[in-house]
Each structure stands twice: as structure tokens, then as C-alpha cells.
Write a protein that binds this ligand. Structure first.
Ligand code: TRP
Length: 341
């Protein structure tokens, strides 16, 4: 019998729908979402509106990837009977809450947000930053509060967004004179961000250094082959460095036999262990991990009507939850109501 989760804490996470998910998403968040769905009320948001804030020139990409990301969720084992998957742009209450919250945040505060600051720099926006992009933390605050989420599992880079959310929560609660909205806690995963196969800090599709969850056996083999190791470790007999060596970083993330990995590291440091042997081990681990994910993904992809039905049902449920929060905020703030002034 399924356990009763009606009083369990609510979790909200989501992903911008800008491309299919990769193994960095898997270790950083997808893996824990699969576990958390057994003990929490979990909502997953396909954040297509947030994706538009820096992809307004390519809405087709954003649209196409709504289904692609949903397939990735199902492929890794997100169970739609336990987790509610919903589409951001089909939830008008989120947009309305964003509009209300925008009046409780200053432009200066948004410009000071460390996540936004970094992203503005990385994207080279300068003063030409889309207003929607500058304000996406407010939209994310709307997402989190609308679902009454108390837990938001996100990467470290997103922590300032939760802080900003909680500032908005306090301001709204202060204005309405009661604890109308719930403060949220960021839960940062133990294993931080997985580097790209080239050793660069961030794995991303646009950098071409990612292994997507849908990678073919050959894609995986080639990615592992190209993986950055220790450039000074030329012969197998040379002593090698494990720190910053992507193959070992990935073994730490994916190999469940910690003792074996520790031994390999020691041997690599001493000299006498070649890159090819370590890569072979990683290749077989990744092949084993991704084969069932790839197969499940392909099976769902053959039945887009079924996936669409799941999204319709999830979004309908999310609509009720988010609309109820909006109604409370509207009346809490004392907005005019056609039902009675
Ligand atoms: N910012 C998240 C990302 O870039 C996506 C997101 C949108 C999100 N709304 C959210 C995450 C609410 C957690 C909670 O992937």
C-alpha cells in the first residue's frame, strides 16, 4: 500500500527547457528527486517561461524541449503517480504572482543578486539585459511560494535565489500581517557540480562538453575517450594526479565501489596505472547506468500522446494549487474584487 504523504513536506524543483538533460543533472539533482518522491509531495516544473528570459530569439527551442525534459524525467525513474510534472507557461497564477511580487523587490536588489550578476557577465548582456531575465528570480519566487514548497533542492549557484525568495515571503507576510507564504530551504546536493568532459567547471550542452542522458553507447565511449585527465601523465608508469582529473571525478560520482576507486587512485598516484584502464572502468559504469535510461526514454518517446496526457494531468493539479495561493495573496493584499469590491 502506498504511504500517506498528504502531510509530507512539499518540494519544488524544475529545469529550464533549453535542452535535454545530461549526467551532470543526474548526479546533481535527478537522482535525489527519484528518492525524494517516496517521502515528499514533489512537484517538477518544466520552466519554459524562465527559459524564454534568455532565449526569446528562439522560442521554438524552448517549446521543443518541454517534451524532451519531460522524457528525461520519466527515463530516470520519476514516477508520475508520485511526482507532479507540470508546465510553467500553462500556469497563469505564476505569472500573476510574479507581477504582484515585482512591487516588493527593488531593481538594485535584483542587480546585486550574485547568481544574476554571474549570469549577466557570462552571457555578456551588459545594459542590454532583457528585463525578464533580470526579474527571473521574482518569477522563481512565485514558483516556489505558489506551490507552498518548504524544500527546494538546487545547485549551490541557485542558493541566492532562495534567499531572495525568502525576502519576498517576509515582505508579503509583513504587508498582509500574517504568515501567508512559507519560507523555503535550499537543499544543496552533497556532490556538487560535475565538470564537463574537458575539465571545465560547468558541464553544458552549449559548451559541447556534456554527456546527455540519451547518449548512444558510441557517444559515451567517445566522450570517455576524449575526457581530460592529467596532461603530465604520459606513460602508464608515470605518477599521475587525481585532483582535477575528470575520469576520477566521474568515478567518485558514479562508481559505487568506493574501496576500488580509492585503490585505483593510490595506484595512479604511485605510477603504474594507465589512463586507458581507468577510462575502460568508467566507460563500463556509464554504459550500465545509461542503457536502461536510454531505453526507457526511447519507449516514452514513441508514445508522445501518453506523455502529453501526463503533463495535462500534472498541470491541472498544479493549477489548482497555484491558483489557491494566488487567491490568498490577492485577498491578503486587499486587491479589488469584482465579487464584492
Ligand atoms: N532556475 C532553475 C534552473 O535554472 C529552474 C527553476 C525554475 C526552478 N523555477 C524553479 C528551480 C523553482 C527550483 C524551483 O534550472
Amino acid at each position: 500500500m502506498p504511504i500517506d504523504l498528504s502531510q509530507a513536506p512539499i518540494i519544488l524543483t524544475g529545469d529550464r527547457t533549453t535542452g535535454p538533460l545530461h549526467i551532470g543533472h543526474y548526479v546533481g539533482s535527478l537522482r535525489s528527486r527519484v528518492t525524494l518522491q517516496d517521502t515528499h509531495r514533489q512537484f517538477l516544473l518544466l520552466a519554459d517561461l524562465q527559459a524564454l528570459t534568455d532565449n526569446a530569439h528562439d522560442p521554438e527551442k524552448v517549446r521543443r524541449n518541454v517534451l524532451a525534459v519531460a522524457l528525461d524525467y520519466l527515463a530516470v525513474g520519476i514516477d508520475p503517480a508520485k511526482t507532479t510534472i507540470c508546465v510553467q507557461s500553462a500556469l497563469p497564477a505564476l505569472a500573476e504572482l510574479t507581477t504582484l511580487y515585482l512591487n516588493f523587490v527593488s531593481v538594485a536588489r535584483l542587480e546585486r543578486n550574485p547568481t544574476i550578476k554571474d549570469e549577466i557577465r557570462a552571457r555578456g548582456f551588459g545594459r542590454d539585459i532583457p528585463a525578464g531575465f533580470l526579474c527571473y528570480p521574482v518569477s522563481q519566487a512565485a514558483d516556489i511560494t505558489a506551490f507552498r514548497a518548504s524544500i527546494v533542492p538546487v545547485g549551490e549557484d541557485q542558493a541566492p535565489l532562495i534567499e531572495q525568495t525568502n525576502e519576498i515571503v517576509r515582505r508579503i507576510n509583513n504587508q498582509t500581517g500574517r504568515a501567508l507564504l512559507v519560507e523555503a530551504e535550499a537543499v544543496i546536493p552533497r556532490i556538487g557540480r560535475l565538470p564537463g568532459i574537458d575539465g571545465k567547471a560547468k558541464m553544458s550542452k552549449s559548451q559541447g562538453n556534456a554527456i546527455p542522458l540519451s547518449a548512444t553507447p558510441d557517444d559515451i565511449r567517445q566522450a570517455v575517450h576524449r575526457m581530460y585527465t592529467d596532461p603530465n601523465h604520459v606513460r602508464a608508469s608515470d605518477p599521475g594526479t587525481v585532483e582535477g582529473n575528470v575520469v576520477f571525478t566521474y568515478l567518485d560520482a558514479f562508481d559505487t565501489d568506493e574501496t576500488a576507486v580509492a585503490e585505483l587512485k593510490a595506484q595512479y598516484r604511485r605510477g603504474g596505472l594507465g589512463d586507458v584502464a581507468v577510462k575502460r572502468r568508467l566507460d563500463s559504469i556509464l554504459q550500465e547506468l545509461l542503457a536502461p535510461i536510454r531505453e526507457r526514454r526511447a519507449a516514452y518517446a514513441r508514445d508522445p500522446g501518453y506523455v502529453l496526457d501526463l503533463l495535462r494531468a500534472g498541470t491541472a493539479k498544479a493549477k489548482a494549487v497555484t491558483q489557491a495561493t494566488l487567491d490568498e495573496v490577492r485577498s491578503g493584499l486587499g486587491l479589488f474584487s469584482l465579487d464584492g469590491g
